[in-house]
Design a protein around this ligand. Sequence first.
Ligand code: ADP
Ligand code: 5SP
Length: 427
Amino acid sequence: MPLVMGVDSSTQSCKVVIVDAESGAIVREGRATHPAGTAVDPEAWWHALQHAIADAGGLDDVVAWSIGGQQHGMVALDADGRVVRDALLWNDTRSADAAAALIGEYGAAALAERTGLVPVASFTISKVRWLRDNEPDVAARVDAVALPHDWLTWRLRGFGPDKPVLDELITDRSDASGTGYWNPATGDYDRELFAAALGHDAVLPRVLGPRESVSDAAGRRVAAGCGDNAGAALGVGATLGDAVVSIGTSGTVFAVSRTRTIDPSGTVAGFADAAGNFLPLVATLNAARVLDAIGDLLAVDHVELSRLALTAAPAADGLTLVPYFEGERTPNLPDATASLTGMTLASTTRENLARAAVEGMLSGLRAGLDAVRGVGVSVERVLLIGGGAQSEAVRIIAPDVFGVPVEVPATGEYVALGAARQAASVL
Ligand SMILES: Nc1ncnc2c1ncn2[C@@H]1O[C@H](COP(=O)(O)OP(=O)(O)O)[C@@H](O)[C@H]1O
Ligand SMILES: O=C(CO)[C@@H](O)[C@H](O)COP(=O)(O)O
C-alpha cells in the first residue's frame, strides 16, 4: 500500500490528501489557511503547507508527492534564492496597464499565436512587466521567476535561501501555459517575450513532462505538479465532452481538448493540461466570494443563504447583481465594481438578494461556457466542483442558467486528488 501526497495550494487555503496509490482511497487529510489579499508573502504558503502536511499526519510513510496550486502568481527570486517582494496573485489587477502595453507592442493575435494567451492583468507576464515598469530596482535583482506551485515544490524538495540552487526549479506544462511566456505549440519558453517584460533574462523553472519526476532530499519521487485547474481536471476525471465549472475564489470553465486553442479575442485562454493535452479555459475573478459577501451582508451562513435564494422566484423579481466586486477578468474590466439594479420596494428582499447573488455569479460562468463552445469545444455536460458547489441553491439553479445537464461529483478536494494522481503515476 504505497502512499502518495497531493497538495492544492489555492488562493484561500492549502489542502493536503494522502492517498493509497493502488486503490485511490484517501487515507488522511490536512489543511491550513492562507492570508487574505492579492499580494502575499510566499513564506505564508510555505508555513501553511507545512501545517497542512503535519495536520495530515506527516510525510514519513509517503513515497511520492506532487503540488498543484493557484496559477499565474509571480514569485520572483534573487540570486540567493530569496523572494524579492510579495507575490502578486492572479487576482491582483494592478498589472492591467502592463497587460495593455504588451498588447500594444506585440498585438493580441501575435501573442495568442506565440503563447496561447492575450495578456490580462492575471497572467504572469503582465506582473513581470509591471515589476519592470514600477519597481525597476527590484526587477533588476530578479534572477528567477517561478509560480506558486513551482516555488513550493522547490522548498519542499529542500531548496531555498539555505540552498539556493535556482536551476532546480521545476514546473509543468499546465502552469507554464499560464505565464504568457511559454509556447504551447513547441513546449518551450518564449525567452524573447520574457526578457523584454522583465528587462533581462532570468532562470525559469524547467518544464517536466507529465510522467517525468525529480526527487526530494529524502529520496521520494516528486512529480511535476500542476496549475490548480489542470489538477482538478485530472482529479475529477474529466473526459472529452465534459466542461468543468469550478466555483472557488476564481470561477473557471474549462474542458480537456486534444488541440490547442488560439483565441485572439483573449476570452478563452489556450492553456495546456497536466496530461499532455490542452485545457481551454475561461476565468472570472468573482465566484464563491460573491456568495460569501452577500451572506455576510445578510448575516447568514451558507446554508441559510442557499435557503433564502431557493425561496425567491427565478430572476428575483428583477433584482440583478452584476458581481464585479474584484473588478473582472472575463470580460476584461479590471476596474469594474459590482452593481445591484432592479431595486423596487417590492423586489428588495433578503430572498431576492440571495437569489440575485447566485444567479449573477452563475451568469458570469454561463458566459464562460458559451465562450468555450465558441472556440469549438463540445459541451455535453457540466461537472460542478469547488467550494461554491456545496451550495444547494447553486446546484439547483445552475442547470437552468447553464442550459446543459449539470453533475455534481461528491464533495472533494479534486485539485489535491489530481496532484496525488500525478504522484502515483511517477511511482
Ligand atoms: N456551502 C457553501 N456554499 C457556498 N460557498 C461555500 C460553501 N462552502 C464553502 N464555500 C466557499 O467556497 C470557497 C472555497 O472554495 P475552494 O474551492 O476551496 O476555493 P479556493 O480553491 O479558491 O481556495 C470559500 O469562498 C468558501 O466560503
Ligand atoms: O487564475 C486562475 C486560472 O486562470 C485561477 O483559477 C487561479 O488558478 C486561482 O484558483 P483558485 O484558488 O480560485 O482555485
